[in-house]
Design a protein around this ligand. Structure first.
Ligand SMILES: Nc1ncnc2c1ncn2[C@@H]1O[C@H](COP(=O)(O)OP(=O)(O)OP(=O)(O)O)[C@@H](O)[C@H]1O
Length: 263
């Protein structure tokens, strides 16, 4: 479904800050995979999502999505198929626009006409239904500016907007890290529901080992720009935090400090 082949990337080449992140990273993601990604500090987890979504260009390597080589596609050309939710609750939404306008914009993504066509009665009813599933009362705040919402409400809205067009791939980059524990748990529940109900192929970077054991069908551990462990199937189902920590110990890899704090 997604094939990442032989990625090579060096930041700041030719300067004192030269930093080689990938020396031939390859990864295959199957249709319907829900992968959590953990690893050491600076392992290249977020960069991987940035490279897949076209934010960061590659030095070499290929990215193939659903049989199409998108390596040279600019970011905007990938957004119809690849949706993202970021750590910062302000990134995925336009705070000065209303919930309705934000949802209409997401609904219109990739279409050539403006906002107006999406803001009709039929769509409003569909948007309200999507929001009511969150059980946050947002369906009654359609005309409120998104800047007035809490971080958790914004992330919920971002998730709805990211998944409403059924993207081929959903990328989640520590999207609950900026939230308090209770709100984070709620967003994780919403994430799980949206991803599993809509069967969206998902890659989620997290520092919380509880997410790794409770979510998804596959876990990838990264260290120094490489995938050092890929756990799926029965082994993933039976995975515990203790077993995960043992894997890291055996690989002589230090988990990121934030991950250790989550245990
Ligand atoms: N745009 C950039 N320019 C220069 N260096 C970058 C850039 N983006 C990432 N890096 C560097 O690439 C390395 C990997 O960063 P990345 O954010 O992918 O790591 P990570 O695995 O997500 O780490 P963490 O768990 O600490 O957030 C780091 O050394 C980082 O400083």
């Amino acid at each position: 479904m997604l094939s990442v082949k032989n990625l090579q990337k060096t930041f700041n080449r030719g300067t004192v800050n030269q930093n080689t992140i990938y020396r031939g990273l390859s990864l295959d993601v199957d249709e319907g995979d829900f992968i959590t990604i953990i690893g050491s500090n600076g392992a290249g987890k977020s960069t991987l999502l940035n490279v897949i979504s076209g934010v960061i260009p590659l030095d070499a390597g290929r990215i193939v999505l659903d049989g199409v080589d998108i390596t040279r596609y600019p970011e905007y050309k990938r957004t119809r198929d690849i949706a993202r939710v970021f750590q910062n609750p302000s990134f995925g939404v336009a705070p000065s626009m209303t919930i309705l306008e934000n949802m209409s914009m997401a609904y219109n993504k990739g279409k050539t006409y403006g906002l107006g066509r999406a803001v009709n009665k039929k769509n409003i009813d569909v948007f309200k239904e999507m929001l009511s599933g969150l059980e946050l009362g947002l369906e009654n705040k359609l005309h409120d500016k998104v800047g007035l919402l809490s971080g958790g409400q914004r992330q919920s809205l971002s998730l709805i907007m990211a998944t409403m067009l059924h993207p081929k791939l959903l990328l989640l980059d520590e999207h609950t890290a900026a939230l308090d524990p209770k709100t984070s748990a709620k967003i994780i529940d919403i994430t799980n529901e949206l991803v599993t109900e809509n069967k969206i192929t998902t890659m989620m970077v997290t520092h919380d080992l509880n997410h790794v054991t409770s979510l998804g069908n596959r876990v990838i551990m990264m260290h120094s720009g490489e995938v050092i462990l890929d756990i799926r199937g029965k082994e993933k189902k039976e995975l515990t935090i203790e077993k995960l920590l043992n894997h890291f110990d055996n690989a002589h890899v230090m988990l990121s400090d934030r991950t250790l704090l989550s245990t």
